[in-house]
Design a protein around this ligand. Sequence first.
Ligand code: 5GP
Ligand code: ZN
Length: 113
Amino acid sequence: MNCIFCDIIMKKRPAKILYEDDSVLAFEDINPQAPVHVLVIPKKHIPTSLDIEEEDLPLIGYLCRIAGNIAREKGIAERGFRLVMNCNREAGQTVFHLHLHVLGGRGMHWPPG
Ligand code: 5GP
Ligand code: ZN
């Protein structure tokens, strides 16, 4: 399977890893859109949020929890931050391995672009 995030998980592709355990990985986005821009991904290859299965539900909750820990460590938890999960083309998904963007360190606009 050709997946850049699976390659990062397997250490075939470099990344600035902030957190890793048996089920998730968090690393700096290569093209940051905010002072803090971290991606939190499951080690399981799930292409999009539409592919989340019953057995993945605890894993998805865990991703959110790790994202919160990243926000705390980056010092943006209290100020506020945004979690984004793009799904498919019109939302701007470009990597088809499910990921949560943790964005912060600047004011966020609403509605999003
Ligand atoms: P999407 O647009 O699919 O929601 O987000 C994909 C994200 O992955 C983008 O923000 C993009 O900058 C990031 N990205 C793409 N390729 C790489 C890579 O090789 N390394 C890292 N660290 N981030 C990547
Ligand atoms: Zn993958």
